[in-house]
Design a protein around this ligand. Structure first.
Ligand SMILES: NC(=O)CC[C@H](N)C(=O)O
Length: 259
């Protein structure tokens, strides 16, 4: 909660996942909306300001069966937001879930009046999936777990966005993000991989760096049309001289070694 407060007040990039989003909401209620006893009923069942409440899915009582679990759909309700841009301006995303408590839907209008946006919701509009503070450089909370679908060569968009914004204070306004990424992608430094990941081109960059080249990513954010050219979990054969046969390389290992 202190980390969320510090990030919010000091314009430090913040990505809250599941409980991280819930705590950011409680923090916002306490310190922006001035409800000192705001809480999650998970921690204080008697709070007079229950901003996060038990919202079971499936059984309402059976322990173990009350969890909102697995892949669920999130619809973007605000199209001009950072999360929608990161996911490639899609209408919805499917991400994995694992929780029982959620933002109290009855308090959403009050939160929105105070400047907290609920940019992603489930199909009923009752379950809050993504929050953002529009005035902040990068303050994003997700009720789902983006890490579950994140892989080395296709990192999840919220993580890429947080890292990109940490390295550069990006301009997220319409049309500017692509321009900023194009400029950044010409800098041949560590973030080349990050840019490539954001553009769905990490496979290409890994392939080219195996061949001794470093290339700038050119495709637009969210464009996943590039064809993977390397083994992501692969079986390329490493030669005795330490080289990799056929110019192939691994994103995360498991190659066999000869000699
Ligand atoms: N995965 C989590 O962070 C769980 C958050 C919270 N304890 C819930 O069940 O809602």
């Amino acid at each position: 909660m202190m980390a969320a407060k510090y990030a919010r007040e000091n314009n430090v990039p913040y990505l809250g996942i599941c409980l991280g989003m819930q705590l950011a909401v409680v923090e916002f209620a306490r310190h922006v909306m001035k409800f000192p006893d705001a809480d999650s009923t998970e921690f204080n069942p008697n709070t007079k300001t229950p901003c996060v409440i038990f919202m079971p899915e499936g059984s309402k009582t059976h322990m173990g069966g009350t969890m909102r679990l697995g892949s669920r759909r999130t619809f973007f309700k605000v199209t001009d937001c950072k999360s929608a841009k990161l996911y490639g301006d899609v209408n919805y995303v499917d991400e994995r879930h694992r929780h029982r408590y959620e933002v109290n839907p009855d308090m959403v209008p009050a939160f929105e009046n105070a400047g907290l946006q609920f940019v992603g919701k489930d199909e009923t509009g009752q379950r809050m999936e993504i929050i953002e503070i529009p005035d902040h450089r990068f303050f994003v909370g997700v009720q789902f777990h983006p890490e579950f679908k994140s892989t080395p060569s296709k990192p999840s968009p919220p993580f890429v966005g947080k890292l990109l914004d940490t390295y550069w204070k990006l301009s997220w306004s319409s049309g500017k993000l692509q321009q900023t990424l194009t400029i950044c992608s010409n800098i041949h430094t560590l973030p080349t991989g990050l840019i490539a990941a954001a553009c769905g081109q990490l496979d290409q960059v890994l392939q080219d760096s195996c061949n001794g080249h470093v290339v700038a990513a050119k495709h637009k954010l969210g464009d996943s049309s590039s064809t993977p050219l390397v083994h992501q979990n692969g079986h390329a054969q490493k030669q005795a001289n330490g080289g990799v046969a056929n110019g192939t390389c691994h994103a995360n290992g498991n190659g066999s070694t000869h000699g």
